[in-house]
Design a protein around this ligand. Structure first.
Ligand SMILES: Cc1ncc(COP(=O)(O)O)c(C=O)c1O
Length: 434
């Protein structure tokens, strides 16, 4: 039997139904504190929590309470942070295609930093700031030409990709030139994000080297001394025993050392560092609880057996396996078992053969329909990437602390789902909701 934050998962499943995401509040807060402390020592007084990993008003309040800011990548994420009462100066907005409405909302909220991602972005941010009568601090998102040691689709700093402005082609330099010439913008520094689920420091190190070299060029060409260097997020977490994430404090100290040494080399003042961890704060804090629905044994060519365990969620609450071939640690959650381990494939309930939650999971061979299974480290990019595929409702998220549970996001109802279907009357929607 599994307990999380002092709460028995059988009770949680009975009270809140499955699939259910169970978030350990103290775990999340402790990770936020660890980042705040390690990065403060490394000259980064403000660490932004990356909202894209998972954001609700409750989480926004917790991370701000622990001394972090929040980076948002859309009007929706911004609205949640603002509703949670996060002060504007603790917010940062980025995104490669911000709408005018999103930029207006950011400027109106007094967002402390907007990251310019293109020449169009520079013009739009300047225009909104001018009309609002403010001088907006901006960073330039640069591509530093580093390919992180991670899955190809989530590496974001090599040249052939949609984010940022290239340092090697001169585009980033040109963006700085334009920003410096615009009175409604204040150029503050550079922003670089090299990828996600990264385990080796070398990618960050190269990014830091190149970014500082670029700071020197900016000073030579524009006479501007850059005061801030944001190195993004991307620290990896342990999904399985094969993953060995680096210690936060070590990476932070190493990066500071590199930036200080490089700045000394170029006789530049050391810029304030900023970071944007998402996954490493919220990812390990959460476990998804599913209920087993069916178990099917198939004999494959060559006589090998494959045991398909179907659960009551799937790619609508975890798209990472289909997208990135992600792997997880799984356990039987509602009881102990001495039965021998069998290799299973945990699949969802969706109409896609790629609807796999965990490709290879060892579970006891007395597993039966009705059992609960727990999939660990599902706090980041799970509920935030959830969909209504097959018109399923998205699962609830409950936080647990000291044995007590609190709903953070309630389960969607069919009424929520059909509220946008204009072919249905209000009475129909109410019926679906009941
Ligand atoms: C610009 C930026 N900052 C921060 C993050 C957060 O990354 P992670 O959750 O891997 O720490 C991302 C993720 O893609 C990002 O694109």
């Amino acid at each position: 039997m599994l307990s999380i934050g002092g709460a028995d998962v059988r009770d949680l499943a009975a009270d809140h139904a499955t699939p259910l995401l169970v978030l350990d509040e103290e775990d999340l807060r402790a990770r936020a504190r660890r980042f705040r402390d390690a990065y403060a020592r490394a000259g980064a007084p403000l660490v932004y929590y990356a909202a894209k990993a998972f954001l609700t008003t409750t989480i926004a309040r917790w991370v701000v309470d622990e001394g972090l800011g929040i980076d948002v990548a859309s009007g929706g994420e911004l609205a949640v942070a603002v509703r949670a009462g996060v002060p504007g100066e603790r917010l940062l907005m980025h995104g490669n295609n911000k709408s005018m409405a999103e930029i207006e909302a950011a400027v109106a909220a007094g967002v402390g930093r907007i990251v310019a991602d293109s020449f169009d972005d520079v013009v739009r941010i300047a225009d909104v700031a001018l009309r609002a009568g403010v001088v907006q601090p901006v960073l330039v998102r640069v591509t530093v030409g580093v390919e992180a040691h991670t899955h190809e689709f989530i590496a974001t700093a090599h040249e052939d990709q949609k984010f940022g402005l290239s340092m090697s082609s001169g585009a980033a330099q040109e963006a700085v030139r334009r920003i410096v010439a615009l009175p409604s913008l204040r150029f503050v520094g550079l922003h670089s994000h090299i990828g996600s689920q990264i385990f080796v420091a070398s990618g960050f190190e190269v990014a830091a080297h190149r970014a500082v070299r670029f700071l020197d060029r900016i000073r030579s060409e524009h006479g501007v001394v850059v005061t801030e260097l944001n190195l993004g997020g991307g620290l990896g977490i342990k999904y399985t025993d094969d993953d060995a994430p680096p210690a936060v404090a070590e990476i932070a100290a190493e990066l500071l050392e590199i930036v200080v040494a490089e700045c000394q080399r170029y006789r530049l003042p050391v810029p304030r560092l900023a970071f944007e961890p998402g996954r490493a704060i919220v990812g390990p804090s959460t476990t998804t609880i599913y209920r087993v629905g069916t178990i099917k044994r198939r004999t494959l060519e060559g006589g090998q057996q494959r045991v398909y365990v179907s659960v009551d969620g799937g790619m609508s609450d975890n798209i990472r396996t289909a997208l990135y071939d992600a792997d997880y640690t799984v356990a039987l959650a509602n009881r102990g078992s001495d039965a021998r381990a069998m290799l299973t494939r945990i699949v969802g309930k969706h109409c896609e053969s790629g609807d796999i939650v965990v490709r290879d999971a060892w579970l006891p061979d007395d597993l039966a329909p009705g059992d609960l299974i727990a999939v660990a480290a599902t706090g980041a990019y799970h509920r935030s990437m959830a969909s209504n595929y097959n018109l399923v409702t998205r699962p609830a998220v409950v936080s647990v602390a000291g044995g007590a549970a609190q709903v953070v996001l309630r389960r969607e109802s069919l009424a929520d789902l059909f509220a946008t279907d204009v072919g249905l009357s209000e009475a129909d929607v109410r019926t679906f909701g009941s």
